[in-house]
Design a protein around this ligand. Structure first.
Ligand code: SME
Length: 200
């Protein structure tokens, strides 16, 4: 099967739960156990989720305006530094995504952090925003976005029972109230799948 066909959604899929289970298994097939680079895997993941949502308009209610952005913001220590860069630890950097250009940095420093991605990252939990205009501190990368969901990527270490938040997976929609607990469950499974499929 050509890689692009991974983002096709069969007509037999009619519910959100079925949609996320399907997307999970399509991503599983794309993730190659011999290839664990996070740039490569998150690039295909953002494309798969974004294009699968576009191919499943029933997710947002047929006729509703749909997804307009899907991508990752990663903790800055994950990015290599050039010889001239100063290390900055308290921020997220724009990672692989699909959609229009977006802000490059998100501040996560105490007292300066703002926005849905920073909240999800710092609080280590998925944040569902039904209406971005009512969310204090929301960062509007695209003025057309109306609702949003952000899910943390959490790397657990079984050995010493510790965990590290690597970054977040962010989805935006042009309609209000687009995301709910079913999307939260589906995305959290995919976030875990991706964390385990990459070397960090
Ligand atoms: N809205 C996000 C910023 C990222 S963009 O949506 C792509 C936030 O408030 O953190």
């Amino acid at each position: 099967m050509p890689h692009a066909d991974s983002a096709l959604v069969p007509e037999t899929i009619t519910t959100k739960a079925e949609f996320w289970a399907h997307t999970y298994s399509q991503l599983d097939a794309l993730l190659d156990s011999d290839q664990r680079n996070w740039v490569t895997n998150l690039s295909n993941a953002s494309s798969l989720i974004y294009n699968s949502l576009l191919a499943f308009p029933a997710h947002f209610g047929n006729g509703q305006r749909g997804v307009n952005w899907c991508g990752f913001y990663l903790d800055s220590p994950l990015f290599p530094l050039s010889s001239k860069s100063k290390p900055v630890s308290s921020r997220l950097l724009l990672g692989p995504f699909n959609g229009k250009p977006a802000c490059q940095y998100i501040n996560t420093a105490p007292g300066k952090a703002r926005g849905v991605c920073a909240d999800s990252f710092l609080q280590r939990r998925t944040v569902v925003v039904t209406d971005v205009e009512s969310y204090p501190g929301h960062i509007a990368c695209d003025g057309e976005t109306r609702s949003e969901i952000v899910c943390p990527l959490i790397l657990s270490s079984d050995g010493d029972n510790t965990s590290r938040v690597l970054g977040v997976l962010d989805l935006d929609c042009l309609a209000v109230e687009a995301f709910d607990d079913e999307d939260k469950a589906g995305l959290e499974k995919i976030a875990d799948q991706l964390v385990k499929a990459c070397d960090w």
